[in-house]
Design a protein around this ligand. Structure first.
Ligand code: BES
Ligand code: MN
Ligand code: ZN
Length: 512
């Protein structure tokens, strides 16, 4: 999708659609009527507002209204997308509205769009949100569709003109915002592709190869280890989980090292992603209705990969490492058993009481490995527990941390990126449920507080390093089309991690 800036009257511009983001007071505001919107309405002799009102469109969040202009304005159709109350405005409202606009425009087979940017305080953030909303909203996963070729080959929106609000001059910074937003959205859509891909064609080997292709493309260092390497590193928990599959496991490390030798010496940030390419539950087999979505169990690694793709281009003044241990969790004659004791990389022993609690086993070894870098911070993303979906639903990630400062930084990053996270406690007495009679601990507790015990299990492997664990089981997939989401993979986490690195870069510059 190409974006260009324009000024003056958007309703004169020729395009397939003219998009107005509309606040819930815009259509009735007598004191501060939104100039460009009024001008469009005037050109239609008041029909735009009149039909919108009669269709019940008020500019509420999630509302969309389409108007056939019959040549009264430059565009064939006018699309009004609701933003809700101005007092509650966030760039995320605009991102969601832009997503709805592009989905509506695509249904009308539009190829060109004109967008009137709303008058809001942080215009740069608004531009970023609109561009991301357009690119994310246009996403479609149709690789495996062979029927309905018309739909597949239907025209796609590829030209968008952004009209600056009255009196605003175009600045260079606006182009930079567009470029960054496109990069972030493309990386997120790529992460979505990795997650949406069927498990037979997104095996550990294929996922590692995808990481390698990306690393070469953007100039990141990459190291890929096979079963032999994983054995040498004594990752007994990772190996245990990988045993039941004929697919070879892969240990992947991507590294961004700044060119400046002084910057390269700084303490790194480490990202870790869960990368179970299919989670059948193993011998503690999942029922079919719980197994159906388990190709998404590598969404954490997809987020980390998407973020690294952008971070390589951002070139922050400190190293960033990303790790994942990719394998399948399968039942088999060679699979790890209930009652087995696995010896972790750190030497701690773990009694297996449920082979479906596999994520924490792989992550435990990978976190310990990442921690060898003596990082300033570790952030892991994992589709770790069904319990987190029960607690927070499909749109919010659970966040766990013993470090208030790092949690705050991640939380601010998520807020600025328009991704929602919510802190859950790392209550130590919950750790009792992981007590084992035969080993140092069990891998699974009971149902009560399942997300907390999973997080406490991970905590055993990060030492005193500042660490945030994001349980993304819920938001890794959207159950329906909404805003800039389509049903399926969301690419959750990419935007938060990118924002985290951007903020950290600013903080470092400010401190010098
Ligand atoms: N991958 C699942 C968690 C999950 C569930 C992700 C639903 C996305 C949607 C994880 O490996 C798992 O099976 N967790 C178990 C843990 C239990 C056995 C202690 C769970 O949540 O039931
Ligand atoms: Mn599982
Ligand atoms: Zn899993």
């Amino acid at each position: 999708m190409n974006f260009a800036f324009a000024a003056a009257d958007a309703s004169k511009a020729r395009a397939d659609v003219l998009v107005f983001p509309v606040f819930d007071t815009d259509l009735t505001d007598k004191k501060h009527p939104p100039k460009n919107l009024i001008s469009a309405d005037k050109k239609t002799k008041g029909l735009l507002f009149k039909t919108a009102a009669s269709e019940g469109f008020k500019g509420k969040a999630e509302q969309t209204f389409v108007f056939q202009s019959h040549g009264k304005v430059g565009a064939t159709r006018v699309i009004l997308v609701g933003l809700g109350a101005r007092a509650k405005f966030t760039p995320e409202a605009l991102r969601l509205a832009a997503g709805r606009a592009v989905k509506t425009a695509t249904r009308m087979k539009a190829k060109t769009a004109v967008v009137q940017l709303p008058v809001v305080r942080e215009l740069d953030q608004a531009i970023k949100a609109i561009v991301e909303g357009f690119e994310l909203g246009a996403y479609k996963y149709d690789r495996w569709k062979t029927q309905n070729k018309d739909e597949k080959n239907a025209p796609r929106l590829d030209k968008v003109q952004l009209f600056l609000p009255e009196g605003v001059k175009k600045e260079k910074m606006h182009d930079g915002m567009v470029a960054h937003a496109r990069l972030v959205a493309h990386a997120t859509n790529w992460a979505r592709d990795l997650v949406n891909e069927p498990p037979a064609t997104m095996t550990p080997t294929i996922l590692a190869d995808a990481a390698k292709t990306m690393a070469k493309e953007v100039g990141l260092n990459i190291a890929i280890g096979d079963r032999k390497k994983i054995t040498e590193l004594k990752m007994g928990m990772f190996l245990g989980v990988a045993r039941g599959s004929i697919e070879e496991p892969r240990l992947v490390q991507l590294s961004y090292i700044p060119r400046d030798p002084e910057a390269a010496k700084r303490q790194p940030v480490c990202f870790v992603g869960k990368a179970i390419t299919f989670d059948s539950g193993g011998l503690s087999l999942k029922p079919s209705d719980a197994m159906i979505d388990m190709k998404t169990d590598m969404a954490g690694s997809a987020a980390v990969l998407g973020a690294m793709k952008v971070i390589a281009r951002m070139a922050p003044p400190f190293p960033v490492h990303a790790y994942f241990g990719a394998c399948e969790n399968m039942p088999d004659g060679n699979a790890y058993r209930l009652g087995d004791v696995l010896v972790s990389k750190l030497g701690k022993t773990v009694e297996i009481t449920n082979t479906d609690a596999e994520g924490r086993l792989v992550l435990g070894d990978i976190l310990a490995y990442a921690n060898e870098q003596k990082p300033a911070a570790i952030i892991d993303l994992a589709t770790l527990t069904g319990a987190c979906i029960i607690a927070l639903g499909n749109y919010i990630a659970g966040a766990f941390s013993a470090d208030d400062q790092l949690f705050y930084d991640v939380s601010e990053s998520a807020r600025l990126a328009g991704e929602e996270i919510w802190r859950l406690p790392l209550t130590e007495f919950q750790r009792d449920v992981l007590k084992s009679e035969v080993a140092d601990m069990k891998n699974a507790g009971d149902r009560a507080g399942g997300s907390i015990s999973a997080a406490l299990f991970l905590k055993e492997f990060v030492g005193d390093t500042p660490w945030v664990h994001l349980d993304i089981a819920g938001p890794s997939q959207s159950p329906r089309e909404r805003g800039y989401f389509s049903k399926g993979a969301t690419g959750i986490g990419v935007r938060t991690l990118v924002e985290f690195i951007a903020r950290r870069t600013e903080q470092l510059a400010a401190a010098q």
